[in-house]
Design a protein around this ligand. Sequence first.
Ligand SMILES: NC(=O)c1ccc[n+]([C@@H]2O[C@H](COP(=O)([O-])OP(=O)(O)OC[C@H]3O[C@@H](n4cnc5c(N)ncnc54)[C@H](OP(=O)(O)O)[C@@H]3O)[C@@H](O)[C@H]2O)c1
Length: 470
Amino acid sequence: MNILITGATGYIGRRLKHRLLSEDVNIRLFMKRDKPSIEKQNIQVSIGTTFDPISLEKALVGIDVAYYLIHSMDSKNYQELDRKSAENFREACIKQGVKRIIYLGGLGDKETASEHLLSRIETGEILSKQPDKIQTLWFRAGVIIGSGSASFEIIRHLVEKLPFMITPKWVNTLCQPSAQKDVIEYLAQAAFIDTPHSTIIDIGSKTMSYKDLLLGYALACGLKRTLIPVPFFSPKLSSYWLTLMTPVPYSVASALIEGLKSEVLLKNNNATKLFPNIHPMDYEDAVKETIEEIKHKQIISRWSDASGEAWEIDHSALSNAVFIDRQALPMGNHSAHKVYTTFCAVGGKNGWFGYDLLWRTRGAIDKLFGGYGLSRGRRDSRELRIGDSVDFWKVVDLQENKRLLLFAQMKLPGIAWLEFLIKDGTFYQTAYFYPHGLAGRIYWYLLIPLHFFVFNGMAHNLMKSIKDED
Ligand SMILES: NC(=O)c1ccc[n+]([C@@H]2O[C@H](COP(=O)([O-])OP(=O)(O)OC[C@H]3O[C@@H](n4cnc5c(N)ncnc54)[C@H](OP(=O)(O)O)[C@@H]3O)[C@@H](O)[C@H]2O)c1
């Protein structure tokens, strides 16, 4: 069987790819750009986007089953883009004789759906519009409980940080969460099941309120937590609160909060009929399993993996930057490997080699402006791969024992990078900045005194930390 996975750099797609590697199938990934971070052993890669029908048709040649695991939520006009993307995908699949499209959307009703959910519903409707020409299995899932899932990260951060929680009334809304493992299992098995019709398959475990999710997490971790419901928490205030207390930025928090106002319950039992061997995991077990995964650093993907705007920018012409701060230090006896592994550990809980209070302040300012701040942290405290987020940076280049290039995803009046480079026995640390207009220039000049301490300190402390270890 030949399978195409779209969204292979995203949260769901990356995990599905991992799961399908254990099956006797040929996998082809459809990606916007080739990414060295994606493990590609025995896997073909086809480059393109769903907005380019030619690349899409090429990718679908000889494919039996095509997974549609993408969305355009990062864009302002995402509804329009998602409609176009789904139409192009369905038409290209029909043209290339694909037998089955498998799509994962969200649970919920059209009448009460948030704008984001509505777009996901529309995508499902467009993909399944020609059942006589192509079959579509449309899965619908609610909150996904698993390491790296945005909803789970919100629950985790709220419960772990706050012994008392003032909660809005949406905490009483009902939902049916799904363990991430179950979602991936349904999607993987969907390629092989024998069913002739296009079907909507709702997935989830037992019905709970969001309050139960918070208290259930506390119980699984042996924490005692008290929720105090108040009537005055507006969706806007709730979104700001989540942005402040959890790793998600305002855009993600507000989309999630909008979705929490209405119930998301299963409307059919097609999952039990078509997949009798899958028994949805209880919420408590899913939480325990996820905590184990985090403890053992087995996080395959995170909500922040998809690259968004980071790849819309040319990262190859850094030397044209208007402002540059470069630190160059001789490496002495230290091997390139030692220096490389040291700078690859930057960020997250490891900190920024000094002046962490300033970094935290910058993170807090970023959060205030709706950015990521420092709270995304790192997927793994040592290992990095291209596409990983490191606090408010994104890894856009990684060359073993040579280079780490971070692209700034913080709110800035310009575009910035931070590069760590090893060349001819010297360690270079360079900050690059392209200002946007006058505001960008004023920003850079105002920060010169702080940059002097922070960048200087970082390079020297980084090298010193190796000496201390030696
Ligand atoms: N995550 C959840 O908790 C959850 C819950 C319920 C349902 N779902 C559904 O599951 C699906 C996948 O979600 P996700 O969370 O895995 O998304 P995600 O992490 O944001 O990943 C999106 C993926 O789509 C790719 N992509 C976006 N536009 C594209 C285009 N035009 N052409 C080709 N590739 C494109 C991105 O590539 P780049 O990395 O190159 O940008 C990325 O790989 C969505 O339909 C979502 O509604 C997710």
